[in-house]
Ligand binder design. Structure first.
Ligand code: AHR
Length: 776
């Protein structure tokens, strides 16, 4: 096949299209990107963060032939924000007495011969006594040590420690003979990313820098909006002012992913990191609204503190060094302004309560900083009520961008590669979170197809970033993730290498191609439209449910089956019947007993991993969904708000009409949708031109057959360059700690012959080709 690239006809600016999204999920910050090696060094862990946590979590007593008493005190602390500290006394002297920190799961990773910066606050009521600071292996063998001499008053003590050999499961021991009080105990490698003090873990940061992202979204995710509305509370929504200034004054918080967040990686470190990797900052602020269970909103008359937070954050980032917040930035070490062009308000909030609050924040920020691009929220669904509300608010307010999120099965990304092709909205799309639900090559390839579509639709799409970014393999909250690590290793997934290719080779503007698309014939499945045949099943969603008056009607033949009443225990299923009907209706009454997330009607069921479903109650009993599950990966087609009342009797009807479905509750239509089966195209491709004149072509082949492509570079007779090729992988292939480079691109030199580059795309493959025109 032949594709002509119109190299002299710039189409759309690609701007900051591809970036990254950082959220402290899966221990992405503490125990991850943030270089701190000790866990709970400030004794602030609490059962409020995680039921298993105590103030002495990650600490052990050392009582070798001696005895130690310890407690966590808070009288006259170093910092009122983090008031707890360790009080330790030796009550029976022995060989080794004191305490040890275990680091994050697996211990402290140390490299022999490298330097580590230890620091702590300490005081003692036995002046003259000392504390030995020792790094040991997992069995207590000393790798190196130093000594600090606390006084009667709190003081900071520092040491440089150089372990004699490499250990990945090391411990930090504080050995004493008398008594001491200790707080903010800290250990950082000296070799952090770019050598910054208390900086980022180098290997992970380098992986992020290597992506060359145009922007970095921060700090979440649900982390932004999950929690209490009171800024001083431990589980408050993420308030940026609690994350800046001296680290001792940043009150530890409950991270909604079920752990403790020290905030050592706060807003200042974030802005600095963005600058260090050449990415624009894209902060997301809460809007005084928590959409999670127990929904809460700040009264409209009390929104000023939330507005001030936004205005002050902008001043912190880019105000002059004499301004109130700019001067704090300067005192923290950065007198020059940081770059700030984007600001998100809210994450996935889509209720009227949120949009009322969005509006006042939007207007207040616009009035003072008209140049800041403001981002609204379209929620986590690709269609439906919440999505429409988000877009209505974006239009009404004139939001610059709107944040759309998709966690869908790979085929959805392929079918939706041209989702934005015909968009004519003023507000641009920010695909702020997306992932094709696994770290396999097939998912990565599906994401590549989607990204090709985003690049082609740059008139409508402004920004896009994969999510989540980081995962500590010992603390998995969510998967898939782009980069996996443990305490000393890191690897990029297949998805990472796709992102890297797209970011390293984005281009400054897109170029038109002819033909615009290479279409192939519609698959048979679409022609028959019979994709919903299979087993029918009724179930509860985390709930106990009963179904009665169950009738199944073939809407083509009029045949009616009356099925016996059924009951499903929590997560159980009540199987009905297997059908091969094209148009049918399933009616029943349903009741939920006690708490839960309502009912599920499963249909077109081939097995547990492959079926369609209607969920009434959905997420946290707040939604109704129409979903499809393929090979265990779920796609949500549409959504509507819906809450199931416990003990109430509902009359339900599911109508399946070819590819379309409708759900009626108590006789009223609640949800309609259709299963889009879209033709797979022969080839997905896009072209762009870089600022230096390079021409970049991206080609993806999702077919099981090879395809030859002749790329005609209009107006360029000769060009040479590199083709970065991802091919020959099993669709299920994944990278791992053991095989971190199983799925990676390989670069080959290429050149045009008579203005044409001929390339062969292997089955299920991706090519990113960068060509430099040769001036003759
Ligand atoms: O990326 C993981 C989570 O998915 C985010 O916190 C949230 O925004 C989304 O639902």
């Amino acid at each position: 096949m032949k594709i002509t690239i119109h190299t002299q006809k710039p189409k759309n600016k690609l701007g900051d299209l591809f970036g990254i999204f950082f959220e402290d999920i899966n221990h992405a910050a503490d125990g991850g990107l943030y270089g701190q090696l000790l866990q709970n060094g400030a004794f602030e862990f609490s059962p409020l963060d995680n039921a298993q946590y105590r103030a002495l979590t990650a600490w052990e007593k050392i009582e070798e032939a001696g005895e130690v008493e310890w407690s966590v005190a808070c009288h006259d602390p170093v910092s009122r924000a983090n008031p707890h500290y360790l009080s330790v006394a030796v009550v029976k002297q022995g060989r080794r007495t004191g305490v040890r920190n275990l680091g994050f799961q697996g211990g402290i990773p140390l490299t022999g011969g490298s330097e580590y910066n230890f620091s702590c606050y300490a005081r003692t009521c036995k002046p003259g006594s000392n504390v030995r600071v020792v790094l040991t292996d997992g069995k207590g063998k000393e790798l190196c040590s130093g000594t600090i001499f606390p006084g009667e008053k709190w003081g900071v003590h520092t040491l440089t420690l150089t372990p004699a050999w490499t250990e990945y499961g090391a411990r930090l021991e504080l050995l004493l003979q008398q008594q001491a009080e200790l707080d903010f105990i800290s250990l950082f490698p000296r070799e952090t990313f770019l050598g910054r003090e208390r900086g980022m873990r180098r290997d992970i940061a380098r992986m992020l820098a290597a992506l060359t992202p145009k922007f970095m979204r921060f700090p979440g995710g649900c982390l932004v909006h999950d929690g209490s509305l009171q800024t001083g509370e431990r589980d408050s929504l993420y308030r940026w002012k609690n994350t800046v200034g001296d680290v001792t004054a940043r009150a530890a918080r409950r991270n909604n992913w079920n752990y403790n967040q020290t905030l050592g990686l706060g807003y200042y470190e974030y802005f600095q990191f963005c600058e260090d990797i050449g990415a624009k900052a894209l902060p997301v602020l809460p809007a005084g609204h928590n959409p999670h269970a127990g929904r809460q909103s700040t009264p409209m008359a009390e929104m000023q503190p939330w507005i001030d937070d936004a205005l002050d954050l902008i001043e912190f980032a880019k105000g002059d060094a004499q301004s109130t917040w700019g001067s704090l930035r300067a005192r923290m070490g950065h007198p020059a302004p940081f770059v700030l062009e984007y600001l998100g308000i809210g994450n996935e909030e889509v209720s009227p309560e949120f949009f009322r609050r969005y509006r006042v924040m939007h207007q207040a920020i616009r009035a003072v900083y008209p140049e800041i691009k403001l981002i609204n929220s379209a929620g986590p669904f690709c269609a439906g009520e919440a999505y429409r509300l988000g877009w209505a608010s974006a239009r009404e307010n004139g939001s610059d961008l709107i944040d759309e999120h998709y966690y869908q099965a790979p085929d959805w990304f392929i079918e939706n590669h041209d989702r934005y092709a015909d968009f004519t909205e003023q507000t641009k799309v920010f695909v702020g979170e997306y992932a094709a639900k696994s770290n396999t090559w097939y998912s990565a390839l599906a994401e590549a197809v989607f990204m090709i579509g985003l690049e082609k639709s740059a008139h409508a799409v402004g920004l896009a970033c994969y999510a989540p970014l980081l995962c500590n393999a010992n603390y998995v909250n969510w998967q898939p993730d782009l980069i996996w690590f443990d305490n000393h290793r890191v690897y990029g997934t297949a998805n990472y290498y796709v992102q890297k290719l797209f970011m390293n080779h984005q281009g400054a503007y897109s170029l038109p191609c002819t033909p615009a698309l290479l279409l192939q014939k519609q698959p048979a499945e679409i022609q028959t439209g019979n994709s919903f045949s299979g087993e029918l099943c009724l179930a509860g969603n985390k709930s106990r449910v009963a179904f009665t008056h169950i009738f199944l009607e073939n809407l083509e033949t009029g045949e009616v089956l009356h099925l016996p009443d059924g009951y499903a225990e929590i997560d159980g299923q009540y199987k009905l019947s297997k059908i091969d009907w094209h148009r049918f209706s399933l009616k029943c009454t349903a009741r939920q007993f006690g708490p839960g997330w309502g009912f599920e009607l499963l249909f077109g069921m081939q097995d547990q991993e492959n079926h369609y479903g209607i969920s009434l109650g959905g997420w946290e009993n707040q939604d109704a969904f129409f979903t499809g599950k393929k090979n265990g990966l779920v796609t949500t087609y549409t959504q509507k708000s819906f809450h199931v009342q416990s003990e109430k009797l509902y009359e339900l009807e599911l109508q399946v009409l070819g590819e379309h479905i409708a759900v009626l509750v108590d006789g009223k239509t609640l949800l309609t949708g259709s299963k889009e089966v879209r033709a797979v195209e022969s080839m997905y491709y896009t072209a762009s031109k870089d600022g230096n004149g390079d021409i970049i072509v991206k080609l993806a082949n999702v077919l099981e057959t090879s395809q030859e492509v002749n790329l005609v570079l209009e107006g360029v007779s000769k060009a040479t360059g590199t083709a970065y090729v991802m091919e020959g992988f099993d669709p299920t292939a994944q990278n791992s700690f053991e095989a971190p480079e199983k799925v990676i691109p390989t670069g080959f030199p290429v050149k045009t012959e008579n203005g044409v580059l001929c390339t062969m795309l292997a089955p299920l493959s991706l090519q990113v080709i960068r060509l430099t025109p040769v001036v003759e």
